[in-house]
Design a protein around this ligand. Structure first.
Ligand code: PLP
Length: 380
C-alpha cells in the first residue's frame, strides 16, 4: 500500500515564480539585470533538489542563466550525478568536507576563511588545477566569512594565489526580514566598503551578490550582480514582509482521512491525554505525524482542510494526527490538505510557521523523508 500522505510539487509554479522574480529584477536600474542564483540547499527546502534543478535548468535553457546553490559539496555532487550541468555554488564551510568532489564534479566553492583558502590551494595544486571560487565576507552575521573590517589584510593573499581565481564576492544578511533592525543597513554599508576595497585591490570582473529573498524584496540596492532567493522561489514570501509579486507555493502536503470516530464529553485523545473533549465530538485520523514534519506544537493551533473547511488538529503523534470533524461530514478516504489549497481555503507555510514561532523555511525543510514527492508535471 502506498502511504496516503504525499507532497505535491508543482513544477509549473516553480518556473512561474522564477519568471516572476526575473521580471521583477528587470526593473533594475542597472544595464544588465541581476542574475538569479537559485538556492536549492537542503534538498531544495524539502521539494527535492534534483527535480527542482532539472526543472529550472530545462525551462531556463533559452537564457542559459541558471546558477544553482547548495549547502555543501555532497549536495552538489548529488546534482551532478543526476546530470545537472548548470554552475553550482557551494555555500558551506569546506573545512571538514572531502574536497575531491569540487574537482571531479566542477563545483564552485565558497572560501570563507584563510584556512579554507589554504586547503583549497593545496588541493588544487596537487591536481594541477586552477579553481574558481567565491569569497564570502562576514558583514555582521558572525557565521561564515572573512571579517569585513579585515579584508584589506586577508584578501590580497587569495588574489595573489596562482591556484585560486576569485569569481565572486558575497555576503549574507542576518536581519533582512526585519524592517526595524538596524543591522541590515550596517551590513549593507559594510558590504559597500568591501566592494570598493575589492576593486582597489585590482579585482576586475568580480561578481557581487548579497540578497536572500527578504533583501531582494525590500531593497533594490542589494541586488548587485546576482540575487540568491530560496524561499521566494518556492512561492513563500518571507514573513512578516508583504509582496505584490504573484508567486505561489510550490509544495502542497496532502493526505486522506483513514478513520472517523466519536468521542464522549470528558474523553481524551493523544499521548498524555493531551486533548480533552468538553462536549461530544467527532474526530478523524490522518496518517501524518511528527515523523512526517507535522510539528507536535501545532496541536490545538493549526487546522487542516477537509471538505473545503478548516478542521482543528487536536493531537499529533509520530505517524498520525487527530482532527476535529464535529461540524463536517467526513468519511475515510476523504482528501485532506495539510499545506495547500482546497476550495476557497488555503493553508500555507507562513501560517504554520507563525503558529509555532518559526520560519517557513523550517516548515518546508521538515517535510519528512518517508513522504513521497509527486511532481507535476512528472517529467521535465
Ligand atoms: C539559504 C540561503 C539563501 C536563501 O535564503 P532565503 O531566505 O530562503 O531566500 C541565500 N543565501 C545564502 C548564503 C543562504 O545560505
Amino acid at each position: 500500500m502506498v502511504r496516503p500522505t504525499h507532497a505535491f510539487v508543482d513544477l509549473e509554479r516553480l518556473i512561474s515564480n522564477y519568471h516572476v522574480i526575473r521580471r521583477h529584477l528587470s526593473s533594475s536600474r542597472a544595464v544588465t539585470p541581476p542574475r538569479i542564483i537559485s538556492v536549492i540547499k537542503a534538498n531544495a527546502y524539502g521539494h527535492g533538489a534534483v527535480e527542482i534543478a532539472r526543472a529550472l535548468e530545462a525551462r531556463d535553457g533559452s537564457f542559459g542563466q541558471s546558477i544553482l546553490a547548495c549547502a555543501d559539496i555532497e549536495e552538489g555532487v548529488q546534482l551532478r550525478q543526476a546530470g545537472i550541468r548548470a554552475p553550482v555554488l557551494v555555500f558551506g564551510a569546506l573545512s571538514v568536507s572531502d574536497l575531491e568532489g569540487l574537482f571531479q564534479y566542477d563545483l564552485t566553492p565558497t572560501v570563507s576563511s584563510p584556512a579554507a583558502a589554504l586547503r583549497l590551494r593545496l588541493a588544487a595544486r596537487s591536481r594541477g588545477r586552477r579553481l574558481r571560487v567565491h569569497v564570502k565576507v562576514d558583514t555582521g552575521m558572525n557565521r561564515f566569512g572573512f571579517r569585513h573590517d579585515n579584508i584589506q589584510q586577508t584578501l590580497p593573499e587569495i588574489i595573489r594565489d596562482e591556484q585560486l581565481l576569485i569569481d565572486g564576492v558575497y555576503t549574507h544578511f542576518a536581519t533582512a526580514d526585519n524592517m526595524n533592525h538596524p543591522l541590515f543597513d550596517h551590513q549593507y554599508a559594510r558590504f559597500e566598503i568591501v566592494r570598493s576595497v575589492v576593486r582597489k585591490l585590482g579585482l576586475k570582473d568580480t561578481f557581487f551578490h548579497a540578497a536572500n529573498s527578504a533583501a531582494l524584496l525590500r531593497d533594490q540596492r542589494t541586488w548587485y550582480d546576482a540575487v540568491r532567493p530560496g524561499l521566494l522561489l518556492y512561492g513563500v514570501v518571507p514573513p512578516p514582509l508583504k509582496s505584490l509579486l504573484p508567486v505561489k507555493p510550490v509544495l502542497s502536503l496532502r493526505s486522506r482521512v483513514v478513520a472517523v470516530k466519536g468521542m464522549r464529553a470528558g474523553e481524551s485523545t493523544g499521548y498524555g491525554a493531551s486533548f480533552v473533549a468538553s462536549r461530544p465530538m467527532r474526530v478523524a485520523v490522518i496518517p501524518a505525524g511528527y515523523a512526517d514534519g507535522l510539528d507536535l506544537r501545532l496541536a490545538g493551533k493549526a487546522s487542516v482542510l477537509v471538505r473545503e473547511q478548516r478542521s482543528l488538529i487536536l493531537a499529533v503523534s509520530m505517524d498520525s494526527a487527530v482532527i476535529d470533524v464535529s461540524r463536517v461530514e467526513v468519511s475515510p478516504g476523504d482528501p485532506v490538505v495539510l499545506v495547500g489549497e482546497q476550495g476557497r481555503e488555503k493553508i500555507d507555510a507562513r501560517e504554520l510557521a507563525s503558529l509555532i514561532g518559526t520560519v517557513p523555511h523550517e516548515i518546508l525543510c521538515r517535510t519528512g523523508i518517508r513522504i513521497a514527492r509527486v511532481y507535476e508535471p512528472a517529467s521535465f
